[in-house]
Structure formats: structure tokens, C-alpha cells
Design a protein around this ligand. Structure first.
Ligand SMILES: [Zn+2]
Length: 190
């Protein structure tokens, strides 16, 4: 289901460090967050905006400049959510939006089961009229495509430019085994 939030492991798959520019983390974050916005689950393949996705600092740089280049403080977000989040301090969405703590109900509304997920829904304005209308539209596409496997595949497919993380050279990587679990390698082995 397109609006089922993923279950996250207790730590990230990747752990690059040592880049001097946070943009260099982009390929790692794209893969880590499955090419989707961590907040609203929009997919890269749904946007027509080149570089419509941005890198968000969970703890804003204005509050903790020392975390500006800390991979665990970076998430992948659509421009809408990154703009809405702005420099608010938020519960870490990597952990907060885990299985069961946020669900989309039959009226396309985001519902949080925990104080932190409710706080995130509020801070990211995930139930604005625009967001609800957008979700309704996408859910309608999903419903209509259930009888058409090709259409469902197109709705949920990965982008064509999957990053090859083997070719990247961060100064260090605390999770080297994560590369074997990256989408590019998973796809080439299937
Ligand atoms: Zn978003």
C-alpha cells in the first residue's frame, strides 16, 4: 500500500561520514529512505520537479551546527515537507514514523498512535486540506490500478537512476555491509 509507513531497523543501513558538504550524502539518503519522503511518503517517481527532494536536518543547523554533516541527523524529504518543517525541532522521523505509530485512515487522514507521531503530524501539517486531497487522489489511483498490475507497478516503481553506492568514497563508513542491501544491488541480484 502506497501510504503504509515502512518499518525501520533500530539503526540505519548506511553510515557514511567525512563529507564536507551535506549534499554528498544524497545518494546514501535516497537509498536509505527508499526514494521517498520520510514524512509524507511521496515518491521520487511521482514528482515532475528535477531535484524535487531535499536533504533535511532533523536537528536544525541553526540549533546544532555540529550535526550539520552527521548522517544520522539527515533525512530525505520532499520540498513541501522540508519547507513546512523549516527549522522546527521535531521528533526523529526515522524512529517516530515506524510501523503502527502513524497510519492513514479511510478518509486519507494521518492518525498518530503515539505522542511523538501526533506531534510530527501537527508540526509537518500532514493533515492540511491539500495533503488530504493529494492522498485521496493517489489512493484512488492505487485502487483503480489494483486490477491492472502494470499500472500498479508504475505507481510504485523505483527510479531508473538507482545510485551505485559501491562507487562512492566517503572518508569512513560505519555500515559497510549496508551496501549489499542497497536497492541497486538488490535489483541487480533479483
Ligand atoms: Zn513530503
Amino acid at each position: 500500500m502506497i501510504f503504509d509507513y515502512p518499518t525501520r531497523a533500530s539503526h540505519r543501513r548506511h553510515g557514511p561520514s567525512g563529507y564536507s558538504d551535506y549534499e554528498r550524502f544524497r545518494p546514501w539518503l535516497r537509498d536509505e529512505f527508499d526514494f521517498r519522503c520520510v514524512f509524507c511518503l511521496e515518491r521520487e517517481t511521482w514528482t515532475k520537479v528535477v531535484r524535487g527532494f531535499e536533504i533535511d536536518h532533523v536537528v536544525p543547523v541553526s540549533k546544532s551546527p555540529d550535526l550539520a554533516l552527521d548522517y544520522d541527523n539527515l533525512v530525505y524529504a520532499c520540498a513541501r515537507c522540508n519547507g513546512t518543517k523549516s527549522d522546527q525541532s521535531i521528533p526523529d522521523p526515522y524512529f517516530t514514523l515506524t510501523d503502527g505509530s502513524i497510519q492513514i485512515d479511510s478518509k486519507a487522514k494521518a492518525v498518530g498512535a503515539t505522542p511523538n507521531s501526533r506531534k510530527l503530524i501537527h508540526q509537518l501539517d500532514l493533515n492540511s486540506p491539500l495533503m488530504i486531497e493529494w492522498r485521496k487522489l493517489m489512493l484512488e489511483f492505487e485502487r483503480l490500478s489494483e486490477s491492472k498490475p502494470d499500472a500498479l507497478e508504475r505507481l510504485t516503481r523505483l527510479p531508473s537512476d538507482l545510485p551505485d553506492l559501491r562507487k562512492l568514497r566517503p572518508k569512513a563508513n560505519s555500515q559497510p555491509n549496508g551496501i549489499a542491501l542497497s536497492w541497486k544491488l538488490k535489483e541487480s541480484s533479483s
